[in-house]
Design a protein around this ligand. Structure first.
Ligand code: KIV
Ligand code: ZN
Length: 520
């Protein structure tokens, strides 16, 4: 059966103390509630002695977030431990987390003392914490660079003094996975009372190995993993909790451990932290980055469309993302384009898809990513048989050397007719403006020409237009013996093309909130 491991979240302590990530009490509380929904076992809510604000934040979280254990950090000194207890004592499951460095470099240069004195302070601190609280975690700061025999001696003494969790930090992110796993194995083998405590690890990411080292520790029997959301923390950060969660979940057969988390809450938790701190994650960040479930290469997209397991080892849904994202760009193939068009409700013939694909590729040379609006405009240009969404029912224009050009237009859409009038720079412009008012889809005339397509006085005049809708130009033409009518009809063809290409228009009754049915 899978061994249950505990997840200790230090986003609000180690994470929050790093530059740019500070949070106020309300923000910390919001984050703590979300961490509880995610299902972490322990929330380290802050370092109560460090400031009034941190004390208040820990106390508030202890009172309001009831499911997880709430821990506060304390140096191995009486004042810190007393203050920490004051902050966490109202929690349903309080924990005092006390620490002291055990590496010679810290003992000699930071404390300017001896190993013997560190041992003495360890025991004293753990006993003091134990006097308040059953649940005491002891961390041997800079454990990885400590002399292993001394480290084992300190760990044994801390457990004897009452520590229920022993944490082995790689404080400066110096370890590599094989060494770190080996250290955990040695501690388990050498410390006689080790089974009386949960063995925890806390890895920093200075060499980008925090998650790998934590996982090596899991493989060597660690029972608690410390980390933070989005991997925030001192310097290069802590082990990213979401990566650990998904690694042990995705490779369950290998790790044979389980956690108490609801992984579907990961994405929400990560985004909440980014929103609160104003600091996003890199796009290619594992699990929660914008590109973590995005595919652009044509071969990958084709594989994904056939079976997502070809290029995804976990589903986006499993971390709370609605779906994978096929990014349409210059590496995308026809298959992905066709699928996206279908998902937009745009049904094209094979020839139209081929032609749209060519336009799409041209566009990709100009744009990094092609969005749905771009596709709609491309499709608008492929539509040869234009559905008459709006039909011209009536047109009256007035112009002359001393009159302001005006136009009145009546358009029919299904069973309703819509009427509007406008002035303009000329009768055609006035009619176009009246049409815009009715359709609610303002176009800009980019090109316009009139040619006679037949001869004689009653020659049929053909109006050719290119109408710009946003960034897109839609070509259209229409003929009539009346060149103003030909111009208006051509414009209407462009409008109808654009509307036909917009899936939202299908089945929509009213054309725009501005359009007034006639007679109103
Ligand atoms: O990195 C570290 O050693 C710490 C301890 C206080 C656990 O953050
Ligand atoms: Zn740390």
């Amino acid at each position: 059966m899978a061994r249950r491991i505990y997840l200790f979240d230090t986003t609000l302590r180690d994470g929050e103390q790093s530059p740019g990530f500070s949070m106020n009490i309300g923000e910390k509380l919001t984050m703590a509630k979300q961490l509880a929904r995610l299902g972490v076992d322990i929330i380290e809510a802050g370092f109560p002695i460090s400031s009034e604000g941190d004390f208040e934040a820990v106390r508030t979280i202890a009172r309001e977030v009831r499911k997880p254990t709430i821990a506060g950090l304390a140096r191995a000194v009486p004042g810190d431990i007393d203050r920490c207890w004051d902050a966490v004592k109202d929690a349903s499951r309080p924990r005092i987390h006390t620490f002291i460095a055990t590496s010679d470099i810290h003992i000699l240069h930071k404390f300017k003392t001896t190993r013997k004195e560190i041992l003495r302070r360890t025991v004293k601190a753990v006993k003091r914490a134990k006097g308040y609280c059953d649940d005491v975690e002891f961390s041997a700061e800079d454990a990885f660079r400590s002399d292993v025999d001394f480290l084992c001696q300190v760990v044994e003494a801390a457990i004897d003094a009452g520590a229920t969790t022993i944490n082995i930090p790689d404080t400066v992110g110096y370890a590599i996975p094989s060494e770190f796993g080996e250290l955990i194995r040695k501690i388990r083998e050498r410390v006689p009372n080790i089974d009386a405590a949960v063995l925890s690890v806390h890895c920093h990411n200075d060499l980008g190995l925090a998650v790998a080292n934590s996982l090596a520790a899991v493989q060597n029997g660690a029972g608690q993993i410390e980390g933070s959301i989005n991997g925030i923390g001192e310097r290069a950060g802590n082990a990213s909790l979401e990566e650990i969660i998904m690694a042990v979940k995705t490779r369950k057969a290998l790790f044979q451990v389980s956690t108490g988390v609801k992984a579907e809450e990961i994405y929400k938790t990560s985004r909440l932290l980014s929103r609160i701190t104003g600091i996003g994650v890199q796009p290619n960040k594992a699990i929660v980055g914008k590109n973590a479930f995005a595919h652009e290469a044509g071969i990958h997209q084709d594989g994904m469309l056939k079976d997502a397991r070809t290029y995804e080892i976990m589903t986006p849904e499993s971390v709370g993302l609605p779906q994978s994202h096929l990014v349409l760009g210059k590496h995308s193939g026809r298959h992905a384009l066709q699928k996206r068009l279908q998902s937009l409700g745009l049904k094209l013939s094979k020839e139209q898809v081929n032609s749209a694909f060519e336009r799409f590729k041209d566009l990709c040379d100009k744009k990094k990513e092609v969005f749905d609006e771009d596709l709609i405009a491309i499709v608008a240009q492929e539509i040869v048989t234009v559905p008459e969404i709006f039909r011209l029912e009536y047109l009256n224009t007035n112009s002359g050397s001393s009159t302001i050009p005006t136009a009145t237009v009546i358009l029919r859409r299904e069973n309703e007719t819509f009427q509007d009038s406008s002035t303009g720079d000329g009768p055609v412009d006035a009619a176009y403006r009246a049409i815009d008012k009715i359709t609610g889809l303002p176009g800009k005339l980019a090109e316009y020409s009139i040619t006679a397509v037949t001869s004689g006085k009653d020659a049929l005049g053909e109006a050719k237009v290119k109408v710009r809708f946003g960034d897109w130009e839609v070509p259209a033409k229409a003929a009539s013996t009346d060149i103003i009518e030909a111009s208006v009809r051509a414009y209407l063809v462009a409008v109808n093309k654009m509307l036909a290409a917009r899936p939202a228009e299908k089945g929509r009754k009213r054309t725009s909130p501005k359009a007034k049915p006639r007679g109103f």
